[in-house]
Design a protein around this ligand. Structure first.
Ligand code: ADP
Ligand code: MG
Length: 265
């Protein structure tokens, strides 16, 4: 059983005074699916990037643990090799590195002497077919010229090949047409059933959750989780919106920070 524990996390954007997360707590364990929802700009992507060790953010207080290991000072590749994976909201293009090269190198680095080239190629081909991706894509530069939806499928291809135990998926549904949404949703759920990872999904829409049934739903506002519940919370948000969760008194954190920055100028 693996777990990711986020304990009293306070995060700011480097070289600014802007605090994005403050007092953030969350534990996710193998075999659990958690959903994070919240207004735009509240820090959902920041959370997933901080877990991976993105250099734009600074942890001021608190800890992130993978089992008993403190992640705070580990490099991104060390975190990935432990089995933590992020499917990004906006995957970037990398010219000059093909998808196949990146995946082979990543998996080799994770598996060390256990890495078997033939198994890797077989596995990759299988998932390219399952995801209904054009087979040429694996020999193209990472995401080079890919549409938004193709990039999202490519993130899921990476998840399938790298076999992480902690899976963070940031708006994996954005940019997908209905058919691709079903393919991606089914593929993630199949991975969940087979490998029992801990999954943290960020989404705005219930439609993804038709395929990936969450156990826990959390609402983020003003830098922290303000409410947790089961699937019924998703329906409540779709009906009522986030208004009641935005704390007008706490304007320096999260959603209201832009207003606060502007008012200081
Ligand atoms: P969301 O909840 O929509 O995913 P984000 O985590 O992307 O929100 O962003 C939270 C806030 O922090 C936003 O206002 C965003 O513009 C700002 N922000 C995030 N990363 C950076 C950065 N590297 N530089 C400047 N501002 C940033
Ligand atoms: Mg985001």
């Amino acid at each position: 059983m693996n777990k990711l524990v986020i304990e009293n996390l306070k995060v700011k954007i480097k070289n600014t005074d802007r605090i994005i997360l403050d007092g953030f707590n969350l534990t996710i364990k193998s075999g659990e699916i958690h959903v994070i929802m919240g207004p735009n700009g509240v820090g959902k992507s920041t959370l997933s990037k901080v877990i991976m060790g993105h250099p734009d953010y600074e942890v001021l207080e608190g800890n992130i643990y993978y089992n008993d290991t403190v992640l705070n000072d580990l490099t991104t590749d060390a975190r990935a090799n432990l089995g933590i994976f992020l499917g990004m909201q906006n995957p970037i293009e990398i010219e000059g590195v093909t998808n196949a090269d990146m995946l082979r190198t990543s998996l080799h680095s994770k598996e060390g002497n256990d890495f078997k080239l033939y198994d890797f190629i077989k596995d990759m081909d299988k998932y390219v077919k399952e995801l209904n991706m054009n087979p040429d894509m694996i020999h193209r530069g990472v995401n080079l010229g890919f549409s938004g939806g193709e990039r999202k499928k490519n993130e899921i291809l990476q998840m399938n090949v790298l076999k992480p135990s902690i899976v963070l998926l940031d708006e994996i549904d954005s940019g997908l047409d209905v058919d691709s949404l079903k393919i991606v949703g089914d593929e993630v759920y199949k991975y969940f059933k087979k490998y029992k990872p801990a999954i943290l999904l960020v989404t705005h829409y219930q439609r993804l959750l038709d395929y990936i049934k969450p156990d826990f739903v959390h609402i983020v506002s003003n830098g922290k989780i303000v409410e947790s519940g089961d699937f019924s919370l998703v329906k409540k948000i779709e009906d009522e919106g986030y208004n009641k969760y935005i704390d007008k008194k706490n304007e320096s954190i999260g959603t209201c920070a832009v207003k606060s920055v502007v008012s200081h100028e």
